[in-house]
Design a binder for this molecule. Structure first.
Ligand code: AMP
Length: 191
C-alpha cells in the first residue's frame, strides 16, 4: 500500500534537509509545495506571478493552488513506495482536502513526522539558510516574522488535527542534522 508521510514543522526546522535522507531510505517521492511554487516563479508562469507576492510577504498561497499541485503529483508519479509531503498541508482546510482526496481510493495519511524547534531558533536557522540559498522570503526579518506568525495561526492547529487521529509523531529538531535524522528514522521504521 502506498505510504503518505507528512513532514511537519515550523519554517527553518530542517524539513528540506531531512527530506533528502528520508526519500532515499524509504523510496519515497518528495513533494515540497514551496519548491514547486518557487519553480513556477522562476519559470514566470501565471501561477508563479500570482504566488510571488504572497510568498515574498510571508503569506500562504490559496489552498486550491497547492491542493491542485499535490493531486497532480500523486497522479503522475509512479514506481515509489510512497510520498513525502513537505510543507503541505499548512491549513486545516488543506488537511481535510488531503483526507478527502486519499479516501477516494480507500487510502489515508500514514503518519505525520513533526520536527520541532523553538521560535528563537527559527530566525537563526533561516538567516543561516539565506546565505546559502538566497531565497527571497528568507531575506528580511520582517518577512520571517510574518511566516512565524502565519505558522502559529494557520498551521500549528494541525498538530491537534493529527493527534486526534493518532498520526502525530514529534521529534526534537534542535540537535545536529545526524541526530535529527536518527530520531526521524526511529519513527519511520515503525511503518
Ligand atoms: P516553504 O518552502 O515550505 O517554506 O514554502 C515557502 C512559501 O511557499 C510559504 O511561505 C508559502 O508562501 C508558500 N507555500 C508553500 N507551501 C504552501 C502550502 N501548503 N499552502 C500555502 N502556501 C504554501
Amino acid at each position: 500500500m502506498t505510504k503518505y508521510y507528512i513532514l511537519f514543522g515550523p519554517p527553518g526546522a530542517g524539513k528540506g534537509t531531512q527530506a533528502t535522507a528520508m526519500v532515499e531510505r524509504y523510496n519515497l517521492h518528495h513533494i515540497s509545495t514551496g519548491a514547486l511554487l518557487r519553480k513556477e516563479i522562476a519559470a514566470g508562469t501565471e501561477l508563479g506571478l500570482k504566488a510571488k507576492e504572497l510568498i515574498e510577504n510571508g503569506c500562504l498561497v490559496p489552498d486550491e493552488v497547492v491542493e491542485g499541485m499535490i493531486e497532480s503529483e500523486f497522479r503522475t508519479i509512479k514506481g515509489v513506495d510512497g510520498f513525502l509531503l513537505d510543507g503541505f498541508p499548512r491549513t486545516i482546510a488543506q488537511a481535510e482536502s488531503l483526507d478527502a482526496l486519499l479516501s477516494k481510493t480507500g487510502e489515508q495519511v500514514t503518519a505525520t513526522v513533526s520536527i520541532m524547534i523553538p521560535d528563537a531558533m527559527i530566525m537563526e536557522r533561516i538567516k543561516g539558510r539565506a546565505l546559502k540559498e538566497g531565497r527571497a522570503d528568507d531575506a528580511s526579518e520582517e518577512i520571517i516574522n510574518n511566516r512565524i506568525s502565519t505558522y502559529h495561526q494557520q498551521t500549528e492547529p494541525l498538530i491537534n488535527y493529527y493527534k486526534n487521529s493518532d498520526k502525530y509523531h514529534e521529534v526534537d529538531g534542535t540537535g545536529n542534522i545526524d541526530q535529527v535524522k536518527e530520531s526521524i528514522f526511529a519513527v519511520m521504521d515503525k511503518f
